[in-house]
Structures are given as structure tokens and as C-alpha cells.
Design a protein around this ligand. Structure first.
Ligand SMILES: [Zn+2]
Length: 547
């Protein structure tokens, strides 16, 4: 930068890339961006790093990210990715206990599979979405520094005296031979809330400088928003998960690193007994069609685990909250919230069997097999014992004489029972739902299925969001920047009385019409001829968009 200084006619040394001399306002870089002559005042003619340096790789990276095109492209990509993430449900909305890859394929075909493979099913915690957010943030920061700092510097160090060529280049300017009292004139502008800076017979009037910072306030809000969104990827800040808890079961709360456990003490399910008015014989209606859940709730207890996480150590649970979780009535503790999401009673809890003789005579009392932790031996009478020799909760096939299971869930239980009669040989039978067959020959006994009970389980949504206050702050700052940039106009007027003549030039970042009206009101008062906006027709719409 130092070896390519531009020395102005006034003697001031300006850094490379400067368009308007920082001292006198002369145009010192004619061939710079000729197409965008209206842009000269946009950053007050300051050198912009991304437009002057293009030598090293670092410069090129900087220029790439500082470009508005890059920023907008990245932002659009992020919005597109976020909207693709809403086409199919996110993973935490699909049923629990299913293989997600299979689920997406079965429900949404090969598009669903692609969706899963690309990580859209878990978009808000996928690494590439995080990278995308990071790139957007980086681009915003780069472009803000690139243009914001030079702008801030020049606004802070403004000189009052400007060269006559600077006056002539302004859209609003006037040269007249009116005799003007500078003090009285500045007093009139002061009444319109202008700040006055004087240097000899030159004055600079300025108001609404904050307007120029609008985009940067806006960017700060965006950065905070992105920061909040990225915090969601850090454990401990954000949680949106589900937990499936059977009645009587205590489970670690997902996402808390076993810091909390939740117990389903009791699940209550009540339904309406709706009677159809058109039907006079309600008994003929299939009862399942008339059942609508009136209420379902989980009596839950939340425990805190004070045990330091040591592999193999037991949890040391201390009760911290107890509540009845209903729809719209979550259990809350610390920043954790548990919502009643749904329930499940599709799984079998236990099955009861009778031991009978081949001619159907029941022997002893029925015995019940708990499908989650079955006992090995069931005593039927003094002489007869049933042993569970093999058990598969989700029967697949027989493998090496043992029942193989597809999953640990009792979806399709199968049993091999051994009936032993004291002193005699034992016999074997194989049982599945709706099917039984003897394994040993000439069996005397039958194990018959009597009934089954289902397992009630609650499905709770676990939520935690510490990023909300950050997101809210970011959003408020974002809106504030938008308001500052839109509703405040940055207005500057340069006046001098060189050679006892009157020179005035004025610049604003928006609304030249209102600006010239305001100036002319003051000029009227002092009987000076009106300033005119020469470029009104050509530039009004374009200038309105320039920050
Ligand atoms: Zn100069």
C-alpha cells in the first residue's frame, strides 16, 4: 500500500485505490471504475481492499468472500438447503425403533433414500449445513470489514474544505454571486438538527450519519443469528429428540450425556365412549371405531445423575422433578422440557399359556412368560415343570437348533418349551403366535397359548433451547439495522464563500427530493437562489438503492 501512494495536487498522500482525495475531495483516480461513477461517494471515495488488492491467493480468497455476489449466493444456497429439509420429515419425527434408512426408502422411494444419504434427514446437525452457515457468516464479516472500515474511517476524519471539483461533482450543487452570512446560514441549518464544522470560510453540515451504519448493524444482527444457529450444533445448547419409555422403565434422557434419567411411573389412557346417534344399536358397531383418545398422560419422574461418568459405574439418581405430562402440559426442569408426543401399545408385554393333555384337559395353573425377561422354569404341578429352552422375541428362523431373533422387540415371539414329567422323559414343543408344533415324537402334553397383555409405552419429545435469547437478540439487531438504513437519511452539505461568492454542494444516500426541499427552505429564508437537482430523473431510483 505504502509504495503506491497517490499524491494529490493539494499535496495529500492517499493510499492506493483511493478515488477522492481524503483531504480536498479532488477526484484522483480517473480510470477507476468508470462505469460506476455514481458509486464514487458510496464509500466516500475510500480505497476498498477487495477492489485494489488482487495479487496473493489470500487477496483472491478475501475478494471472493467480500463480494456481494458470493454472499448472496451462499445465502440463497442456505435457504434452499433449509427448504429441502422440510420436504420429508426430519429424523426425529419418524417413528422410533425403525431403521431410518429403510423408513425413508419405504415411504418416499429412491428420493427418500437420497434424502437420507445426503443427510437431509438430520439437516440441522449435518456437518455440511454447519459449514454452509459458517461460510455465510465469513462472507458477511469479510464484506463488512472490506467496506465498513474504510467508510467509517472517512466519515470520522472528514475535512471541511473541499476542492471546487468536488463541489461540481455532487448531484446537488450551486454557484451564485449572492452575499451570504455563513454564521446566520449555519444557525438556520442547526435548527434543522445539522451538526456544523467550520474551517475558515468553509463549513460542513451533517446529520443522520448513523444511516450509513445501517447495513453493518444489519450484518451484526445476521452474524448473531448465524452464531445462534451454529450453537445448536454444540452439545448442551440445543436438544430436540424423542424418548420411548415403557411403563415402569427408567431411561437416560437423550442428549444429556446420562446427566438425567426419566421414569415412566404410569401411563394413563382414557378414551371417549362415543355412541353414534344414527345407530340405535350401538353394540353392533365395531368398538375400535368408536374409540377416540380423551386423554393420555404420563406420570413421570425426572432424576439427575450425580454419578461422574465412569464406564461401568451405576447411575446415582436423585429425583429433581415429578409431574403428569399431558398434551400442552410439559414437564419442565432447568432448561429441559418433556412434551407428551404419542404412545405405543403395539408391543407385547407378556404371554400366558396353559399346559394341557393331548385330549384337552388343563393341567395346573396357567403360567405367564414375561417377554422382556422371561424366567427359565415354570412349575405347573408337583410333577410337571415347563422349561423355556429357547426364546426369540422377534422370530426369524431356527439356527443351529436355537431360535434366531431379528430384533430385541417382542414383535413375533417364538418359544421352545420343554415339558418334564418327574421321572419320565421330557418332550419338546415349538410355539409361535397362532402356530405350535411338536418337536419330540408322541407328545403327551400340549402347551397352549391362553392370552397376552400389551406393553404401554409413552413417547416423549425432549426439548431444550438455550439459543433462543441469542436468536432473538440477533433478530432485533437485524431489524434495527434495517430501520436505521431505511428511515434515516445521511445528509451532508458543503458550503464555502471563496472569492466572496457562494458555493454549495450536497450529498445524501437516499431521498434527494426531500433533501433539496429542506435545503431550499433554508436558502429561501436567506434570499439565496434555489439549488437544483440536475440528475433527478436519471438517478433517483438508482440512488435509492445505494446504502
Ligand atoms: Zn487533495
Amino acid at each position: 500500500m505504502s509504495n503506491k501512494q497517490i499524491v494529490c495536487e493539494c499535496g495529500h498522500k492517499n493510499p492506493e485505490g483511493t478515488q477522492l482525495c481524503l483531504n480536498c475531495g479532488r477526484l484522483i483516480n480517473d480510470d477507476y471504475d468508470k462505469k460506476k461513477t455514481t458509486d464514487v461517494m458510496r464509500y466516500d471515495g475510500q480505497a476498498i481492499r477487495s477492489k485494489t488488492k488482487n495479487r496473493t491467493i489470500l487477496d483472491r480468497i478475501w475478494n471472493f468472500f467480500a463480494s456481494i455476489k458470493t454472499g448472496v449466493t451462499l445465502l440463497v444456497l442456505t435457504v434452499i438447503a433449509a427448504s429441502i429439509g422440510t420436504i420429508f420429515p426430519q429424523e426425529y419425527f419418524i417413528p422410533m425403533n425403525v431403521n431410518p434408512e429403510q423408513y425413508y426408502y419405504e415411504h418416499y422411494g429412491s428420493l427418500g433414500l437420497l434424502y437420507y444419504k445426503l443427510g437431509f434427514h438430520n439437516l440441522y446437525s449435518s456437518w455440511w449445513f454447519l459449514i454452509l452457515l459458517g461460510l455465510v457468516a465469513f462472507s458477511i464479516i469479510t464484506s463488512s470489514i472490506d467496506r465498513g472500515i474504510p467508510l467509517h474511517k472517512s466519515l470520522k476524519n472528514q475535512r471541511t474544505k473541499k476542492h471546487s471539483s468536488f463541489y461540481k461533482r455532487q448531484r446537488l450543487n450551486l454557484h451564485s454571486e449572492d452575499q451570504v452570512n455563513l454564521d446566520e446560514l449555519s444557525q438556520s441549518f442547526k435548527e434543522k438538527r445539522y451538526k456544523v464544522k467550520q474551517d475558515g470560510n468553509h463549513i460542513l453540515l451533517e446529520k443522520g450519519r448513523l444511516s450509513r451504519y445501517g447495513p453493518y448493524i444489519n450484518h451484526t444482527g445476521l452474524i448473531i443469528l448465524l452464531f445462534g444457529a451454529m450453537l445448536r450444533f454444540l452439545p448442551g445448547f440445543y436438544l430436540d429428540d424423542m424418548v420411548y419409555v415403557k411403563e415402569g422403565e427408567t431411561k437416560p434422557v437423550p442428549g444429556t450425556d446420562r446427566g438425567y434419567y426419566i421414569k415412566n411411573n404410569d401411563f394413563i389412557y382414557e378414551e371417549y365412549d362415543q355412541k353414534s346417534q344414527s345407530n340405535t344399536n350401538p353394540e353392533s358397531i365395531d368398538p375400535s371405531l368408536n374409540k377416540i383418545a380423551k386423554n393420555y398422560e404420563t406420570k413421570a419422574t425426572l432424576y439427575k445423575n450425580s454419578q461422574e461418568e465412569v464406564i461401568g459405574s451405576d447411575a446415582n439418581l436423585k429425583e429433581v422433578a415429578s409431574d403428569s405430562i399431558k398434551v400442552n402440559h410439559p414437564l419442565k426442569y432447568d432448561h429441559l422440557q418433556f412434551y407428551q408426543s404419542s404412545f405405543d401399545n403395539s408391543l407385547l408385554k407378556d404371554m400366558t399359556f396353559n399346559l394341557k393333555t393331548k385330549d384337552g384337559k388343563a393341567l395346573g395353573k396357567p403360567f405367564t412368560v414375561n417377554l422382556e425377561s422371561p424366567k427359565k422354569t415354570y412349575k405347573i404341578t408337583d410333577d410337571l415343570t415347563v422349561k423355556l429352552r429357547s426364546y426369540a422375541p422377534d422370530y426369524e428362523k431356527i439356527e443351529n437348533g436355537v431360535l434366531a431373533t431379528k430384533s430385541p422387540n417382542p414383535n413375533n415371539p417364538a418359544f421352545v418349551f420343554e415339558v418334564t414329567d418327574k421321572g419320565k422323559q421330557s418332550e419338546f414343543s415349538f410355539l409361535r403366535i397362532k402356530e405350535s408344533q411338536d418337536i419330540s415324537k408322541d407328545n403327551k402334553y400340549d402347551v397352549k397359548f391362553a392370552n397376552a397383555t400389551n406393553q404401554w409405552a409413552t413417547v416423549l419429545a425432549v426439548k431444550k433451547d438455550l439459543t433462543l435469547p441469542i436468536l432473538f437478540t440477533g433478530f432485533v439487531i437485524f431489524l434495527l439495522g434495517l430501520a436505521v438504513g431505511s428511515y434515516i437519511n445521511h445528509r451532508r452539505i458543503w458550503i464555502n464563500t471563496d472569492n466572496c461568492e457562494f458555493n454549495i454542494a450536497a450529498h445524501t444516500n437516499k431521498n434527494y427530493y426531500g433533501f433539496s426541499k429542506e435545503i431550499n427552505q433554508v436558502l429561501d429564508k436567506h434570499h439565496i437562489s434555489h439549488i437544483e437537482d440536475t440528475k433527478q430523473d436519471i438517478h433517483e431510483s438508482k440512488e435509492a438503492n445505494n446504502g
